[in-house]
Design a protein around this ligand. Structure first.
Ligand code: FAM
Length: 436
């Protein structure tokens, strides 16, 4: 048994009695109340999901396994010659809550190399789609097609399904999926945008470096990939992609079914697609300004108002939970300040950051006028030559797989039931409203 799985076994055995005790002895304790506003308003803020993988504080931002982004980056072993930890180290940490040793990381790196082969029929499914299909459609279709490989589904139908052991098969699928998804993503990129010329994986590289290699983008894109996948991995359980993954898996659907569905949610413009929308907004803005006209605070402000007055949202700003600048935005901004401070697009993104919160506050609708992760991520990709912005959400999808997979392994380990919230009718709401 790998050290990762052995650690996970220990952690799960330690954890199970906590969940059981809470259910058995304290199941009746009230932790929230649901108002009409919350019922109509997308269950905003209703505390009704449980996860220990990450926690999102509205003011502080995300903590992975109790650590802030900064603490996470500082604690985990770095990739050789890199500034950031390997994705494999982060996977160990996200799954178990323990910081791995270098030896444990190396074991995961070796394991992922064994697991990463994607069956040819998955690529054939992608190739069967029209080439101008959105890359998120291709990614979701590829993951869905791969469902045939599910060890969890095979176990379920074996006649020997045992709830206590189910997580082990989910862990197998989850590990296969996180090892394979960068292969599929790089394939889609090269298929769609690089004349269908592909670069085979390099057996000497960790996941982030190998992804950069297969994309055909030189250093420091290996570090960009590591940083990007870690930052996008998880944002507690209620966001659309994480919640979809959890919900679908709660029907004992396997990891491929669950993650394909999660990707479809991530592909929405209010969620993961916002990163491509940010680039589209900036390019439209520059095109409207015309050749040779420099962006200024005044013309940026005007363009933001034009967007709002047209009834559209400013992509990359606002958040359902956060009430301050997203630390994922700040982490990427720090990368830009260090590696590409003079990039003209970065300067423009920074100028938008200076004026957009004020505009949104004056507009008075958005509860959070501050930037989220998506406001800053595209500019880094653009700088390193990945300029096909409709691909950006695929990168988000590769990272988000880590969080969703870690969560559904634990969902099965803790025996969470099928998710089934209750709905009511408008008439019922009106009756409760009349009764005060
Ligand atoms: N620009 C303009 N209006 C905005 C806005 C923005 N960036 N953010 C919120 N609003 C509006 C919102 O549309 C709503 O208007 P109506 O009352 O007319 O419906 C009002 O402000 C109140 O919304 P809220 O309570 O502040 O936000 P929600 O919790 O409903 O929605 C977001 C949260 C993220 C969907 C919303 O802020 C938004 O549309 N932002 C732009 C898209 C974006 O950047 N999404 C990415 C989010 C990201 F972190 C991720 O998932 N990757």
């Amino acid at each position: 048994m790998s050290q990762l799985k052995a650690t996970l076994v220990r952690k799960i055995e330690e954890h199970r009695p906590r969940t059981q005790r809470l259910l058995k002895e304290f199941g009746h304790v009230v932790i929230d109340e649901v108002t009409i506003e919350k019922a109509i308003g997308g269950a905003r803020d209703v505390r009704c999901l449980v996860t220990d993988i990450s926690y999102l504080d509205p003011m502080e931002g995300i903590r992975f396994r109790g650590k802030t982004i900064e603490e996470t980056f500082a604690a985990l072993p770095k990739a050789p010659g890199g500034e950031y930890p390997t994705v494999e180290a982060f996977w160990f940490f996200l799954l178990t809550g323990e910081v791995p040793t270098q030896e444990q990381v190396d074991e995961v790196i070796a394991e992922w190399k064994e697991r990463r082969n994607v069956p040819q029929y998955v690529y054939d499914v992608i190739r069967a789609l029209p080439k101008d299909s959105h890359p998120m459609t291709m990614l979701s279709a590829g993951i869905l097609a791969m469902q045939r490989e599910s060890k969890f589904a095979r176990y379920y139908h074996s006649g020997e399904y045992n709830k206590q052991r189910a997580w082990e098969y989910m862990y197998e699928d989850a590990s296969d999926l996180v090892a394979r998804i960068p292969m599929i993503a790089a394939y889609i990129y090269r298929y769609k945008y690089k004349d269908d010329v592909h670069i085979p994986p390099d057996p000497n590289l960790d996941m982030g470096a190998n992804f950069a290699h297969m994309m055909g983008v030189p250093k420091p894109y290996d570090d960009v990939s590591r940083m990007y996948f870690i930052l996008h991995s998880d944002h507690e359980s209620g966001n659309v992609s994480a919640h979809t993954g959890h919900l679908v898996a709660s029907a004992l659907s396997d990891a491929y079914l669950a993650y394909s569905a999660a990707l479809n949610g991530l592909a929405g413009p209010l969620h993961g697609l916002a990163n491509q929308e940010v680039l589209r907004w900036i390019m439209d803005f520059q095109a409207k300004l015309g050749e040779g006209v420099e962006p200024t605070r005044e013309n940026v402000t005007q363009a933001l108002w034009d967007t709002l007055n047209a009834g559209q949202v400013i992509p990359g700003y606002g958040h359902a939970v956060l009430r301050k600048t997203d630390p994922r935005y700040t982490a990427q901004r720090e990368f830009c300040l260090k590696h590409m401070p003079d990039d003209p697009l970065f300067k423009l993104v920074s100028m938008i950051y200076e004026v957009a919160p004020g505009v949104l506050m004056q507009h008075g609708k958005a509860k959070n006028p501050w930037p989220n992760v998506d406001a800053q991520s595209g500019v880094i990709q653009w700088h390193y030559g990945v300029r096909e912005w409709d691909f950006y959400t695929v990168l988000f999808g590769v990272g988000r797989a880590l969080g969703v997979m870690a969560n559904i392994v634990w969902d099965r380990a803790l025996g969470y039931p099928i998710e089934r919230p209750k709905s009511v009718t408008t008439e019922m709401l009106e009756q409760w409203a009349a009764a005060g």
